[in-house]
Design a protein around this ligand. Structure first.
Ligand SMILES: CCCCCCCC(=O)SCCNC(=O)CCNC(=O)[C@H](O)C(C)(C)COP(=O)(O)OP(=O)(O)OC[C@H]1O[C@@H](n2cnc3c(N)ncnc32)[C@H](O)[C@@H]1OP(=O)(O)O
Length: 232
């Protein structure tokens, strides 16, 4: 998504594309473009989402009609995904619909994680007004969503998979909108089916929030699914 300039000309005014890949990190959980235009559609809707949530209008009835027409069109030309019939998790229909990382989901920022040799997973992102809680700050529930996702990805990077059983978030300092954010997650230890994973969220050198999660590996997990993240 494009980054615009505020009146001061310095700050972005909307959620931006994720940060570029760090030289030391490898892209993790890439979601390939199938060439259908689906990802471009989602990106355009992300732009729309920010405009709708973050603007005031005198009269947008024309836009209502246009968007209704678009929805009717997509209903006609699309094949609906059934979330109860995936062969396994991690297939594009599954990951793509995820509200934190899904490239097909206009709700997602989306995250574009990189993984480091020590198993740390990192994302860099900037969130716009559609993620606002307190004025100028990211909603605490959004922080928890992003943390949950990142912990799951760190588990996947470590070759394990677990359902979130306990997620504790400590909010240390307001998480600003429209400022570059960095989330880093890593698995700490495992014991039987229990997995402990931690993450931090910074803006610059300021720690905004940290989290500790306990994940439980589902019973009967297949070996080939261990490095695939469970979606929240
Ligand atoms: C793409 C990136 C992925 C993002 C990741 C997102 C992950 C998610 O959001 S998952 C969705 C949210 N989470 C859920 O819906 C989970 C709902 N809960 C459940 O399904 C179950 O309670 C589940 C699977 C966690 C555990 O159930 P079950 O497998 O029966 O575990 P159970 O046998 O009772 O317990 C196993 C061990 O874990 C412990 N345990 C289980 N739950 C907890 C808990 N909440 N707190 C502390 N310990 C717990 C038990 O005490 C037991 O310990 P021990 O072996 O020492 O006796």
């Amino acid at each position: 998504m494009s980054t615009d300039s505020s009146a001061s000309g310095e700050q972005p005014v909307e959620t931006t594309d994720p940060g570029s890949v760090d030289a030391d990190g490898a892209p993790f959980l890439q979601q390939p473009d199938d060439g259908s235009g689906h990802l471009e559609l989602a990106a355009e809707l992300r732009r729309l989402r920010g405009l709708v949530a973050g603007s005031t209008f005198e009269d947008v009835h024309d836009a209502v009609a246009t968007v209704r027409e678009l929805s009717d069109h997509l209903e006609k030309v699309g094949t609906r995904v059934n979330p109860f019939t995936y062969e396994t998790w991690g297939v594009p229909e599954h990951i793509g619909a995820n509200p934190a990382i899904g490239s097909r989901n206009p709700i997602s920022p989306p995250l574009e994680p990189v993984v480091f040799p020590d198993g740390t997973v990192r994302v860099e992102l900037t969130l716009g007004i559609e993620y606002q809680g307190p004025p100028g700050c990211v909603h605490g529930g959004i922080v928890a969503l992003l943390f949950d996702e990142m912990l799951g990805l760190a588990n996947a990077a470590a070759g394990s998979v677990g359902m979130t059983a306990d997620l504790r978030v400590t909010y240390k300092s307001p998480t600003p909108l429209l400022q570059p954010l960095r989330i880093e997650a890593r698995q700490i230890r495992t014991e039987g089916r229990k997995i402990w994973t931690e993450a931090t969220l910074h803006t610059g050198d300021t720690l905004c929030a940290r989290t500790e999660g306990l994940f439980i590996e589902p019973r009967g997990i297949r070996d080939e699914d261990r490095d695939k993240p469970i979606e929240g």
